[in-house]
Ligand binder design. Structure first.
Ligand code: 4AD
Length: 444
């Protein structure tokens, strides 16, 4: 069977503007799986590497699915055209696939036809450039093999979250980005001008979610959250994608069980869907396929004892990663002192110093999920607002929720980039999002 640009038979179709519309092009990944060996194919992509020699020229062509070697000889009527190809030039190629152990990926296409679509100027990204430079040229670095792989994994993680909730019968629902009051405390709020009032960019959908469960009971979202984070760590962004869920009638223990099930589902889903991408990044896919609970449950009190610290000590990123590394498993860190956590968390009736909240610490990352059972009692909520010195007027609609048919409920928030960090073994959170926003980076 002849694929792609040869279908038209006529040269003008190959050279002409129809190339984008009606031709069937083969993903390079299929060629690398051996699906087209011995056959004629058409591919299109960008030049990843080139080696121009007198007797034969090699061009490694890449698309989203892989990189394949193509070869052209001087006898070809497309030889002169091929010599225009530089790194990152775009081209469409037609030729026959053969197995070749010497070629990267094990296959080579001998070029029958070639169309140079866009000749690239001298590409600024060469070997051994600093992370800072690569972030300055993020609009170009995004096409590197490493970023392509991570972004494919990222897409699969989003897909997995939706799939999990579809299976659970949850509703996806949205909340506003402009808010009038803080959800997670004032220090990381981004203030914006909202007509003639002051508003803030949302830190979390939670307060709205607590209203929406009275309608839909089981809900989730994936949306951007904004934090004016001044700390420069490898896991903080000023804008990140926040997956949150909120469930009526759910208690604290059930919440942790739910999180465990979800993380396990996502790990298996992504391991299955992105097996080759993960392997190429050096991730142990077999470990991910076998990944399962139960996760460790550790009270705050126990954690500070291990770390040799006193009550009230705020764990650092490093502390968290060390705890998980030593345990060799994800850890639910639970029962934090009340004043260290948000105003909406329910106090533990057995030990009123602490709240029914849990941070899920993942290997290599640390805190990836923050969740809790919420205060459902009107009086308790009022006391909590007082304790946290929050203005009752700012939360009056939120207080209403406890007045009209209140129910126990729980929920959590998960940083999608942190989850991708764990799954893709990424060193820095900036490597998991296409265009990171931090205190010092608003460009490109
Ligand atoms: O622990 P946080 O602040 O919890 C909340 O916002 C709750 N209202 C969520 C809820 O219960 N619905 O944030 C939740 C998660 C963190 O565990 C972390 O993974 C991520 O959001 N996160 C960040 N990710 C990247 N950059 C930042 N600056 C982040 N801040 C929080």
């Amino acid at each position: 069977m002849i694929y792609g640009i040869l279908d038209s038979a006529e040269e003008k179709h190959f050279k002409g503007e129809r190339i984008d519309k009606s031709m069937k092009f083969v993903p390079i990944g299929e060629i690398l799986k051996g699906e087209h060996t011995g056959k004629k194919v058409a591919i299109r992509g960008w030049v990843h590497r080139e080696r121009k020699q007198k007797a034969v020229s090699f061009f490694l062509l890449r698309d989203d699915s892989g990189i394949v070697q193509t070869a052209i000889k001087p006898e070809s009527k497309y030889w002169d055209e091929s010599q225009k190809l530089t790194i990152e030039s775009s081209a469409a190629i037609e030729g026959t696939v053969k197995e070749d152990k010497r070629a990267p990926g094990g296959y080579e296409i001998s070029v029958d036809k070639l169309e140079v679509v866009g000749v690239a100027e001298r590409y600024p990204i060469t070997k051994d450039q600093s992370e800072e430079f690569l972030r300055d040229v993020r609009h170009l670095w995004i096409r590197s093999r490493k970023m392509t792989l991570v972004l494919k994994i990222r897409a699969a993680v989003f897909e997995a979250v939706h799939e999990f909730y579809k299976q659970k019968g949850y509703f996806e629902i949205q909340s506003p980005s402009f808010t009038g009051s803080a959800c997670e405390g004032g220090s990381t709020l981004f203030e914006v001008k909202y007509f003639d009032q002051k508003a803030y960019l949302t830190q979390s959908w939670q307060l709205y979610a607590e209203a929406m469960i009275f309608s839909l009971q089981k809900i989730y979202c994936i949306a951007p959250s904004y934090r004016a984070e001044k700390s420069r760590t490898r896991r903080h962004l000023a804008e990140y994608w926040h997956h949150e869920m909120e469930t009526a009638w759910m208690g604290f223990e059930e919440l942790m069980g739910f999180e465990e099930e979800m993380i396990t589902f996502i790990a298996h889903y992504v391991a299955e869907k992105c097996e080759t991408d993960l392997k190429e990044l050096g991730r142990d896919v077999e470990a991910l396929k076998k990944f399962k609970g139960p996760f460790i449950r550790m009270r705050y009190e126990e954690a500070i004892k291990i770390l040799g610290q006193k009550w009230g000590y705020d764990l650092t990123d490093e502390d968290e990663r060390k705890l998980v590394a030593d345990a060799g498993k994800p850890i639910f860190l639970t029962h934090f002192p009340r004043e260290m956590k948000a105003f909406y968390m329910k106090v533990d009736q057995k030990d009123r110093r602490v709240v029914l909240g849990a941070d899920l610490l993942m290997p290599g990352v640390g805190e990836t999920i923050g969740g809790s059972e919420r205060i459902s009692d009107s009086k308790e909520l009022e006391d909590s607002l007082k304790l946290f010195k929050l203005k009752k007027e700012d939360y009056s609609w939120y207080m209403d929720l406890r007045k009209y048919g209140t129910v126990p409920h729980s929920g959590f928030g998960l940083g999608m980039e942190r989850l991708v960090m764990w799954l893709a073994s990424a060193e820095h959170i900036m490597d998991t999002i296409p265009f990171p926003r931090t205190m010092t980076r608003l460009y490109p």
